[in-house]
Design a protein around this ligand. Structure first.
Ligand code: PLP
Length: 394
């Protein structure tokens, strides 16, 4: 196979070998339904208990506060819809941000259109960070939930989660955070950050796809989401995805064990890549906060370039990248996140997200920079806007 450099780890990651190895017996030998009574079932049940403990340990939670879901999207839907339904008699106001993932934004829109919710979408600053004074100002006696993502999936900016949690606590409002991109990448402590609910997903941390969890702090009132059997303490029915849960536990343990060393290396490589691109390619800019950002996220806008064309040429050179979130690439609308940080449409269109993994090397990045230089120059040569600009600026 020809060379492939995978730089789309915010979209998904390769399942780690040790994770696959941990999962395999739960497809073949230990296939019992954890709800059954015999010994085979007990093995599955014990495996789920272990995974719950492994995951809880990463965020300082108690194992019984972890509820498995079919991924981050389900956890986000659950947190918002179920909290709203239970508390809407008390108040109908939710506060979130303009840069959330669609799993949050579209759920909020659904609640507005169908359930009478009123939602405030907070602006962010030019680096993609929420302003605490805006949050304070948005709170009303009807506010029942604040949902702010831990770290953004497109530009990597990390929110002041502890301060937001503190504000929510002071006002007696539930605080949910979508930590799908942050879990296993940055340290999280649900008590220290006053988090009441937290969503996460295994496939972003070298675990399998289709498994996630919602952390629900003990005492938080939230209704069950999927109705049926008594699984997940009657809050999320359905026979458990045992191999997926085991894989998530193994991936979470692995992510926590390797976090410090892995993210240190990634951070250095990330900054190396940002420096080379912004120094060596004219008319480009870094999107997102230069410091408060995920250790593996690079997001750059190139003027006079169409992001989708850039992706196609990069793919031709064996480089897997993204022009925004995987869910929005393929659509011609510019990213809502890039618009929210104030980029004009034409610049937002020319954006590229490169997200590194522990397998990324400096040599990979050198190759990417060389290819990017060639491709950007080639695309600009074909751009009438660039031609005009160059004529005017001669
Ligand atoms: N939230 C964020 C911030 C994400 O990045 C994603 C996935 O890209 C999701 C939610 C959805 O997670 P899942 O793919 O597990 O449904």
């Amino acid at each position: 196979m020809s060379k492939r450099i995978y730089l789309d780890n915010a979209a998904t990651t390769k399942t780690a070998t040790e994770v696959v190895e941990a999962m395999l017996p739960y497809f073949t030998e230990n296939y019992g339904n954890p709800s059954s009574v015999y010994d085979l079932a007990a093995t599955s049940k014990e495996a789920i208990t272990k995974a719950r403990e492994q995951i809880a340990a990463v965020i300082g939670a108690e194992p019984k506060e972890i509820y498995f879901t079919a991924g981050g999207t389900e956890a986000d839907n659950w947190a918002l819809e179920a909290t709203y339904e239970l508390l809407c008699k008390k108040g109908n106001h939710i506060i979130t941000t303009k840069i959330e993932h669609h799993a949050i934004l579209h759920t909020c829109e659904y609640l507005e259109k169908n359930r009478g919710a009123r939602v405030t979408y907070l602006d962010v600053d030019e680096n993609g960070i929420v302003k605490l004074e805006d949050l304070e100002k948005a709170i009303t006696p009807e506010t029942i939930l604040i949902s702010v993502m831990f770290a953004n999936n497109e530009i990597g900016s990390i929110q002041p989660i502890k301060e937001i949690g503190q504000i929510a606590k002071e006002h007696g409002i539930y605080f949910h955070t979508d930590a799908v991109q942050a879990f296993g990448q940055v340290p999280i402590d649900v008590d220290e950050y006053h988090i009441d609910m937290l969503s996460s997903s295994a496939h972003k941390i070298n675990g399998p796809k289709g498994i996630g969890f919602l952390y629900i702090r003990k005492g938080v009132k939230i209704r069950s989401f999927i109705h049926g059997g008594a699984q997940e303490r009657k809050r999320r029915a359905g026979t458990e995805n045992v191999p997926g849960i085991v894989g998530y536990g193994a991936a979470a343990e692995r992510a926590a064990r390797t976090m410090q060393e892995r993210t240190e290396v990634e951070r250095k490589l990330r900054d190396y890549l940002i420096e080379r691109i912004t120094k060596e390619i004219p008319y480009c800019r870094l999107n997102g906060d230069p410091v408060k950002r995920l250790p593996n996220n690079v997001n750059i806008s190139f003027q006079f370039i169409e992001g989708e064309s850039l992706l196609i040429f990069l793919d031709g050179a064996g480089i897997c990248a993204s022009s925004g979130s995987a869910c929005t690439s393929g659509s011609l609308d510019p990213s809502h996140v890039l618009l929210a940080i104030g980029l004009p449409h034409e610049i937002a269109h020319g954006s590229l997200r490169l997200t590194l993994s522990e397998e990324t090397t400096k040599e990979d990045l050198d190759y990417v920079v060389e290819k990017l230089k060639e491709i950007v120059a080639r695309l600009r040569d074909m751009s009438p806007l660039y031609e005009d600009f160059m004529k005017k600026n001669k």
